[in-house]
Design a protein around this ligand. Structure first.
Ligand SMILES: O=C[C@H](O)[C@H](O)[C@H](O)COP(=O)(O)O
Length: 251
């Protein structure tokens, strides 16, 4: 499946809202949710907040970043702290890239660690995205790593040995300083080019001491809602794309 090429920030924003609105239709009162991070997840949090304030939905949620936590509070979504035994019914999150098998690259916003923790604590990970995120093969977007500051030089060497050009991410507002995750760790963006074997790369990265987490999310997403123009499709691994309108419940 391929989406036609398109451009334009307004169109992309509309598509993010469209994907978020489709996901919201599958949220039920009583659910405990995971809230993703990034501009697409923010559209979902905003819509969910409206539904909560209108009394249409009663939910509780765990946020995957301080930014999403702040937004969720602002729009009136009751928040849950992490606790033992907590399983989330559904996590809704964006992605930097997704392929047809729903392998993902995440972490462009630096939230990969909490996002993977929350996705793993969830019964269902639903990805929402505009069509620009859908690729035939992962790797156009650099792969983010969260790295313990002490280990940085050796992690950079190890990533280079694996064939990925590593680049320390800089703070957007103060480029003289490195960007920091919510945990105070560093972020490294790795340019491997097309990822021919994401599971093998994930395993290699997991073995490098000092890498707290990498942005490959493999076997975690159950479905993705991908919007382009007025088309909103549901993608599931091994299944033909279907119109989101056909699903009255989670795919
Ligand atoms: O760390 C950030 C997350 O992985 C985001 O889900 C990802 O970067 C996509 O963000 P956006 O929806 O802004 O493109």
């Amino acid at each position: 499946m391929a989406f036609a090429k398109h451009s334009g920030n307004d169109i992309t924003r509309q598509e993010k809202q469209q994907a978020a609105a489709a996901a919201l239709r599958w949220v039920r009162s009583g659910m405990q949710l995971g809230l993703g991070t990034g501009s697409t997840a923010a559209e979902f949090i905003t819509l969910l907040g409206q539904a909560v304030r209108n009394g249409e939905l009663q939910v509780e949620a765990v946020a995957t970043s301080l930014a999403s936590e702040k937004l969720a509070r602002a729009v009136g979504i009751p928040l849950l702290p992490p606790r033992r035994g907590l399983r989330l019914d559904l996590t809704i999150d964006g992605a930097d890239e997704l392929d047809n098998q729903l392998q993902l690259i995440k972490g462009g916003g630096g939230a990969l660690l909490r996002e993977k923790v929350v996705a793993t604590a969830s019964d269902y990970l639903l990805i929402i995205a505009d069509a620009s995120k859908h690729v035939a093969q992962l790797g156009r977007f650099p792969l983010p790593l969260e790295v313990v500051p002490f280990a940085l030089p050796w992690v950079l060497d190890a990533v280079a040995d694996l064939g990925g050009a590593p680049k320390l991410r800089l703070d957007k507002t103060n480029p003289a300083e490195p960007a920091r995750s919510d945990q105070g760790n560093l972020l490294v963006d790795c340019y491997f080019g097309a990822l021919l074997n994401p599971p093998e790369l994930a395993q290699q990265l997991q073995q490098i001491p000092g890498i707290v987490e990498h942005g490959l999310f493999l076997g975690l997403a159950r479905a993705a809602v991908v919007a382009q123009a007025d088309t909103t499709l549901v993608l599931q691994p091994g299944m033909a794309p279907a119109s989101a309108a056909d699903f009255t419940d989670l795919p």
